[in-house]
Each structure stands twice: as C-alpha cells, then as structure tokens.
Write a protein that binds this ligand. Structure first.
Ligand code: NAD
Length: 485
C-alpha cells in the first residue's frame, strides 16, 4: 500500500478541471454546484460541450488497442496502484465529498472506504474463457472481449462509490473509460480523475463535468461502445432510447422502492436498531434504502413505537457536525420534490408516527427535512407507490403471507427486498417469491464487489459488479476451431 508521500499532492480546494488524456483540460465557460448543508456555491467546474466530448472519446478510442492488449494481471496492477493513490488522498476527498453531497462525516468516510476496497477487490476478478466442446473434430470456446470506449453516467447520491464501481470493472475488462459525474456533485470525480492521471496510461481514464446537456452527448456519440448508467428510471428510459440509434451496449441501474417484510417472531428491540439506518441512511437518498416496511399485525404497535424511538435518536446536521447521522437532501430540485410529498400529509390525513411537515424556518440554510414515518397509509397513497428519495417512509401492517407478497411485488420497481424472521427457512421461502434484483434475509444492505447488483422491472437492465458485471463490459464471442477438414 502506498503512503501519502509516494504520490504527488492534489489540491482539493481549487483547479477543478476535466481530465482528458491525462492532462487537465479547461472549458471557456464554468459552472458551480451548491453545498446542500449551507446552500453556498462551491468551486467552479468545467462546462463541457460537444468539442470536449469529441476530444475525450477520441483519445479514449486511441488508447483502447494498447490497453486491451495488456493482460488482466497488468491492468489489475494499475487498479491496485490507483486504490493506493486514492487512499493516500482520502482526507481531502472526504472533505470534498461532505461538501458536495451533504454527507455527515460517518457517511462520507464509509463511502470512501467501501469504494477503495471495491477497486482493490474488483482487481482480483478474472473472466476465463468457457470451453464448451473439445472433441477430435472441433473445439468451441466462449470468449469475453472488451468493447472499446465505455462511459459511466453517475448520480449525485454516492458520487465516489458509483463512479469507481463502474471505472474498476470497465478498465479491468480492457475498456477505456469516461466518467460523467452528476452536475450536482462533480468535485470528487474530477479529483479522482486527477489522481487517475498519475497512474494509468494516457487515454484510459477521462472525467468530464458539465450540466444536464452533457449526458445526451455521450449517449448519442457513435464512438462510444457502452453506456453504464445509474440514476432515475425516468432518465434511464431516455438513455435507452438514445442508445438505440447507435445500438450501444447498456447497463441501467435505476430507482428502487424496496419492501422489507417483518415476521412476528423477531426480537423487536434488536431488529429496529438494524432497520432504522437501513431505511433512513443518507436521508433516504439511497436506491436500496428500505422504502416500504411491512410489519406483522401481531407486533405492529410494539414495533412502530420502538422504530420511532430509533429514528428520533438520529441527529440531523450538516457536513460540519461530527455527531450528525442524517444530512440534508442533496439539491434544491430534490428538496422541492420531497417537500411536495410531505405536503400530502395534511391533505391526505396520513397518521404521522414521528416527524411531519417541515415548519418554515426563516433564514435557516440547507435542504434539511425532519425524518418522518407515516403510520399505515393506504396502499395506493403516493408515499407507498412512489420512490420518495428523502427522509420519509411508510410502515404498513400485514397478516397473510400471500397477501404481503402480492403487495410487496405490486410495483414497477424491483431493486431490493428483505424478509426478517428467526425462522431462516421460512424467511428464505418468502424471499424467493419477491421480484427484485437482490433479496436479503435478516439484512438489507449486504453488498460485495464479487456479487452482482442491479434491478428487475423498472429498476434496471443488466447488473454491475462481480463476474456478471464484468461480463457486462465485454462482447461475447463464440470461437470455433475445426480440427479436421
Ligand atoms: P438522474 O436520472 O436525474 O441523473 C443521473 C445522471 O444522468 C446524472 O449524471 C445526470 O446528469 C444524467 N442525465 C440526466 N439526463 C440525461 C440524459 N437524457 N441522458 C444521459 N444522461 C442524463 O438521477 P439522480 O437524481 O442523479 O439520482 C437519483 C436516482 O438514482 C434515484 O431514482 C435512485 O434510486 C437512483 N439510483 C439508483 C442506483 C442503483 O444502483 N440502482 C444507485 C443510486 C441511485
């Protein structure tokens, strides 16, 4: 592992520029994102246009033949050194992540640690050829070949993990890569690009910042082979449509409305301690946060009361508050969207177990909302049907297994789902009936670089991570050899 002294120093407070062909690249116009804890404007970043995209794609295309010619072990070596260099710069990145994403220190530190480990562990993955048939007459092998220039389009909620979680598999498989961060959180990505420029050969990793017009320039570009997109289902559909005109390969990691089903045999005091963070982590702004909590009617009242106590204990505060567990909503647009959902509380006469509609605080800065639990709203209410992506969620009552499975599956979303019980076999049986890309028993947040992650239905197409994700960065080739004429 490298120490900070082994790597050139990065300035995390100025000089935010695109990284193209391992060089800093400025644009005539710039823009600024906002610190959601203070609403203050952050540093200037590039506003990339078509010419910047063309340059980035062209150098990435030029770098592809030499990069794909390296062995897996050689490419993995670069990734290992990259992980070391990121680790050597972790404190600067953490400060930046807290500012751009509105993350309390525990969340920012956790994201960085997981992301660095992700790069290191991803580097250990290998795809072998599949030998399907080998007779005296012929041999049939399935091979997995890199595609060319890959683009990762990233949302604002986990700017580091989701970016590195695409970069690692893309370049390990032999592709070159362009990282397009969200306009709401471009800062860590640009600095991670600067670090990458010290490690990888020119053209292997690019990072370009811009406004909402930048993504479509990549999905339309004829020399981009693959788009790996993480974001909302609505944008995912636009991305899929745009990729059709050039028949690009595509992975879509989209929204979620994860159900969690609690049986009546659980230890309530223990389970609420686990469910609390898994429902409210990052103020509900995680695709796989628990978003619909179905609690068996026999323990419903006891569970709700204990759950409320846990959620009340979460301190809300900005990046500068070391005791805060929940930060603000990440941006003004999302803040207004979630506030609109809060405004339904009075209109629909939902029962509030804790929290409630935010009271206007004149002059108070930051996109903060009170963590809120809605007690058993109707199944067709917006809080159950929609992905809130904010610190508000419903707790719902159930009594019949078939019925709760039907209700949990009664959504276009299918990202994750969990079942909680002391009877593991019973819980696994129920979990197998849930329509989701990940199911968990007695957990909701198990993730690993070795295990694929993705969604069913409108929650995604394809998967990231693990061998499945790595193969998603490859074209499959059937290779036939006739041994006798
Ligand atoms: P978003 O869809 O608004 O934006 C995501 C990215 O797409 C941004 O970089 C944006 O600039 C870009 N973009 C916007 N329009 C585009 C277009 N027409 N073509 C190409 N790119 C375009 O999503 P968001 O608000 O940043 O993120 C929140 C959403 O992301 C939530 O729905 C959440 O559930 C989802 N999400 C999913 C996962 C997952 O792994 N499944 C992980 C995190 C977040």
């Amino acid at each position: 592992m490298g120490s900070a002294a082994d790597f050139p120093k990065i300035d995390f407070t100025s000089n935010f520029q695109n990284i193209i062909n391992n060089a800093l690249s400025s644009t005539p116009e710039t823009r600024q994102a906002v610190d959601p804890s203070t609403e203050e404007l952050l540093y200037h970043v590039p506003l990339s246009k078509q010419a910047d995209v063309d340059k980035a794609v062209s150098v990435a295309k030029a770098a592809f033949p030499a990069w794909k010619a390296l062995s897996y072990d050689e490419r993995a070596g670069y990734l290992g050194r990259y992980a070391d260099a990121i680790e050597a710069n972790v404190s600067g990145l953490q400060e930046l992540l807290m500012k751009e994403a509105g993350k309390p220190v525990s969340n920012a530190a956790g994201e960085l640690q997981f992301a660095i480990a992700h790069v290191r562990e991803t580097a250990k993955l290998r795809i072998e050829d599949d030998l399907i048939e080998d007779t005296e007459e012929r041999r049939a092998t399935v091979r997995y070949l890199p595609m060319g220039v890959g683009v990762g389009i990233i949302p604002w909620n986990y700017p580091v993990l989701l970016g590195l979680g695409k970069l690692g598999p893309a370049v390990l498989a032999g592709n070159t890569f362009i990282w397009k961060p969200s306009p709401f959180s471009p800062y860590t990505a640009l600095k991670l690009g600067e670090i990458a420029a010290q490690i990888f050969p020119p053209g292997v990793v690019q990072v370009l910042s811009g406004d909402e017009s930048l993504g479509p320039l990549f999905t339309a570009h004829p020399d981009v082979a693959k788009i790996s997109f993480t974001g909302s289902s609505a944008t995912g559909k636009k991305v899929m449509q745009a990729c059709a005109s050039t028949l690009k390969r595509l992975t879509l990691e989209l929204g979620g409305n994860d159900a969690s089903i609690i049986y009546d045999d659980v230890d309530v005091a223990q389970v609420v301690q686990k469910i609390g963070p898994m429902a409210f982590m990052h103020s509900g702004q995680i695709c796989m946060d628990i978003k619909r909590l179905y609690v068996h009617e026999k323990i419903y009242d006891e569970f709700l009361a204990a759950f409320v106590q846990v959620v009340k204990s979460f301190k809300v505060g900005g990046g500068g508050d070391p005791e805060a567990f929940l930060g603000p909503v990440q941006n003004r647009m999302q803040f207004e969207k979630v506030k609109d959902l809060y405004s339904e509380i009075g209109k629909q006469k939902w029962q509030v177990a804790t929290g409630g509609e935010p009271v206007a605080c004149d002059g108070k800065k930051g996109f903060f909302l009170p963590p809120t639990i809605i007690d058993n709203p109707p199944d067709d209410s917006r809080i159950v049907v929609e992905e809130p992506f904010g610190p508000i969620m419903p707790v719902l009552k159930w009594s019949d297994e078939d019925e709760v499975v039907r209700r949990a599956n009664n959504t276009n979303m299918g990202l994750g789902a969990s079942v909680w019980s002391n009877d593991i076999e019973k819980a696994e049986r129920l979990a197998r009936r849930l329509e989701a890309g990940s199911t968990w028993v007695n957990s909701h947040f198990e993730l690993s670089p070795y295990v694929p992650f993705g969604g069913h239905k409108w929650s995604g197409v394809g998967m990231d991570w693990g061998i499945v994700g790595l193969k998603g960065w490859c074209n499959t080739q059937a290779s036939w050899v006739r041994k006798k004429f």
